[in-house]
Write a protein that binds this ligand. Sequence first.
Ligand code: G6P
Length: 438
Amino acid sequence: MNKPALKLAIIGGGSSYTPELVEGIINRIERLPVREIHFVDVESGREKMAIIEALTRRMIARAGVEIDIKASFDRRAAITGADFVLTQFRVGGLQARANDERIPLKYGVIGQETTGPGGFAKALRTIPVILDICRDIEELAPDAWLLNFTNPAGLVTEAVNKFTKVKAIGLCNVPVSMRMMIAEMMECTPEELSLECAGLNHLLWAHRAWIDGKDVTDEVLQKVGDGATYTMKNISEEPWDPEFLKALGAIPCPYHRYFYQTDAMLAEEKAAAESQGTRAEQVMETEQSLFELYKDESLATKPTELESRGGAYYSDASLNLIDSIYNDLKSLHVVNVANNGAIPNLPDDAVIECSAVVGGWGARPLAVGTLPVAISGLVAQVKAYEQLTVEAAVHGDYDKGLMALACNPLVPDISKAKLIFDDILKINHDYLPQFGRS
Ligand code: G6P
């Protein structure tokens, strides 16, 4: 059957990650006949988007593929007629992320881009914007798929599901990174490894690992406990306690360090903030040098320097998913979708991150069954935080926001929750009109 060629709209096109996405499109052009890519960004990102646009044109010319490239500030034009809308924007830019990291640290609380109060602040800024984008999709491309990478990816996808009609799937590079790292330590190919993944975004466990049908979960846990490389570029590699891993009986994701090794991670964050700066402050410097490289007119491929960012494999995660939907592959992916009974401990409309079968119809999660008590408590608590955050972000509801922070396991005390929340509202004033406070 002849299928129509594809139009992709990339919202946040000026991101330094975009060349990885473009490389992924070029590599799959036979399977995914992309005819148009429309990058959109905000006016303040004009310079970055122009650099990305020029590099993209060089990349596709070098590869000899024919794709119509557009770059504009006209979101509606980008969305009109799109088959897939990819969201990878950052409201407030890296400065807002740096604030998210520094505010909690001031009160002795983890300051991180996506978990704890940092992720909370990012969600408050992001949710109103993504809902606006969804209104445009509903009107201008009602059949399009929204693939959301914007963090906190699970929580943001839950807001989209609850408040719009858009067909949305949330995506993260952690599951594919876990697969790569586990395959490496087990000395097998990523394809030989099967993982049963379930949890929430950035709180994902591989409950079982198999190679060739043999359960190797305990072996993996032992290797992680023995110090096998197991982290992302943006998370410090705090060693895992082997006894704890054995007791846990499931393979945690690198982000679990914030929840299970909070003191050590906090100490790392404080030390980094005082010496080289928070992660956002470090990334600002990396971004500058990346964009300097991208400007080079002789550059026509994705530079390896991009690998110093935490988002490795994000292009594979999104394009393999598009491949599966477009070509109706019915293949397995780890995605963020509505639970619908896959984890009986959670409500049906809670967005979870889990293994799912993906085809032309979208993503259907594989049932994992009731989570063990050792895991379900943390999941329920973080999900409660997420549900409250969505409500707070949509309705500008201070009480819900405060209760979200009070439910977050990384916030130890409501007096700190209040101080942090008030600082967040103050510093993000321009991005949080829904709260109507000064
Ligand atoms: C990880 C996460 C992403 C996040 C990225 C940040 O890979 O899974 O959700 O965006 O790190 O990386 P950065 O280089 O910006 O710190």
